[in-house]
Design a protein around this ligand. Structure first.
Ligand SMILES: [Fe+2]
Ligand SMILES: [Fe+2]
Length: 202
């Protein structure tokens, strides 16, 4: 029982961790997955999306949608990092090491940087994110409600991002209409599911 494994006043153990371990979560593996996902949000996507977005010059509509995806990935990073520490994990104290642990490939500016190439890269990056966050949801479902909730909130937005880039790529590459049902966010980077508004992201 989790109550027995953490003595009164013990700051080296956490009931919040022991209860999910007792339910069968491999906490060390979960921390590794969360660090890999945090690295993907911060390094593989938010950082490189900044460059990709700038290179969509002349496609102001694409830039606006790319900006929502970019800022929401930053919100995902902000949302999940505290959870890594709550679980007893930490971020590497070295940005290069952190970058190299990312669970998704860096979305580097394609050559040539055409709108079709950039949108294809954005689409595949979102697909990687959907796979990674789904894996965390699968691992925590019914066992670790807090990690599940945070990951499911992120997954909600990744699924929207995939739909947005399918719409834009189908239009740009194939002249086809495959609507995503995208509605304008209230403001860029609103992140309706994943932002702790008023707490961390004023
Ligand atoms: Fe994301
Ligand atoms: Fe995304």
């Amino acid at each position: 029982m989790a109550e027995d494994t953490v003595k009164a006043g013990d700051v080296m153990k956490r009931v919040g961790v022991e209860v999910i371990r007792a339910r069968g979560v491999d906490v060390e593996k979960l921390i590794k997955m969360l660090v890999a996902n945090a690295a993907a949000e911060f390094a593989s996507t938010y950082y490189y999306y900044t460059i990709l977005r700038m290179n969509l010059a002349g496609h102001e509509d694409y830039k606006e949608i790319c900006e929502d995806a970019r800022l929401e990935d930053r919100a995902h990073w902000e949302l999940i990092v505290p959870r890594i520490y709550e679980l007893g994990g930490h971020l590497p104290n070295d940005l290069k090491e952190f970058h190299d642990q990312a669970g998704c490939r860096a979305a580097k500016l394609p050559d040539p940087p055409t709108a079709v190439n950039i949108l294809t890269l954005l689409l595949e990056s979102e697909r990687c994110a959907i796979r990674s966050w789904s894996a965390v949801c699968d691992m925590t479902f019914g066992k670790d409600p807090r990690t599940y909730d945070l990951s499911a909130r992120i997954l909600n937005e990744e699924i929207e991002h995939e739909a947005w880039f399918i719409e834009l790529l189908a239009h740009e590459r194939d002249g086809k209409s495959i609507p995503s049902g995208h509605f304008r966010r209230g403001e860029p980077g609103e992140a309706p599911y994943s932002k702790n508004r008023g707490f961390y992201n004023p």
